[in-house]
Design a protein around this ligand. Sequence first.
Ligand SMILES: Nc1ncnc2c1ncn2[C@@H]1O[C@H](COP(=O)(O)OP(=O)(O)OP(=O)(O)O)[C@@H](O)[C@H]1O
Length: 209
Amino acid sequence: MDQFKPSRKYLPLVLCGPSGAGKSTFTEHIMSQASPFKEFFAFSVSSTTRQPRPGEKDGVHYHFNTREQFEEEVAKGNFLEHNEVHGNFYGTHKDAVRDIIKQGKICILDIDVKGALDISKQTVKEFKCNFAFIQTPTIDDLRARLEARGTETEETLAKRVSAADKEMKMAAECGLFAKFLINDEKKRFLDEAVAYLTGELYNLKPSHQ
Ligand SMILES: Nc1ncnc2c1ncn2[C@@H]1O[C@H](COP(=O)(O)OP(=O)(O)OP(=O)(O)O)[C@@H](O)[C@H]1O
């Protein structure tokens, strides 16, 4: 029987970590068909002003906005956090998070440390969050993972590795993260991450398949 119990008590989870650390690996794992915890979680859909890539659907991969729409929403204070990257805006609209909270699910936000710090400064109780950071044991491990993923050119790889260094220093110093999860061996990491979230952090009871 399905034991998923929607609840308003679950604070959203802000998941940070350098590119290649394993954020997608973890979220795909906990939300996979085989996961007994999949119904507790939903992924927040970010907004962006960049053009959709082939196959990307509005409202699924991103909420695609014009620059004017995006700026108007920022002016109204409707973004929890936003940032400009390579000339495009990216951000988390409050409604994207609200929709998931209303469903009684744990909203997962995959954002950078700067965005996480912006969210943590929100004084509204509605958007109080938990913060966790995922990293590899060393920068060399991170470089190797990104190389193996095959998504990077030499140039983007170098950018990501140098950004990772800064991101990890900022994360260690800012005092925001209650938990640092080290992605060394995949299974061990996933087991630890699931145990932490479903135990200590949210106290979830697995649904039976
Ligand atoms: N423990 C591990 N050992 C080896 N490879 C791993 C491990 N964890 C994840 N990977 C692989 O490393 C690559 C990077 O992981 P992933 O895509 O989950 O990172 P990410 O943090 O989501 O990155 P981005 O922010 O760029 O989306 C992927 O190809 C993934 O399959």
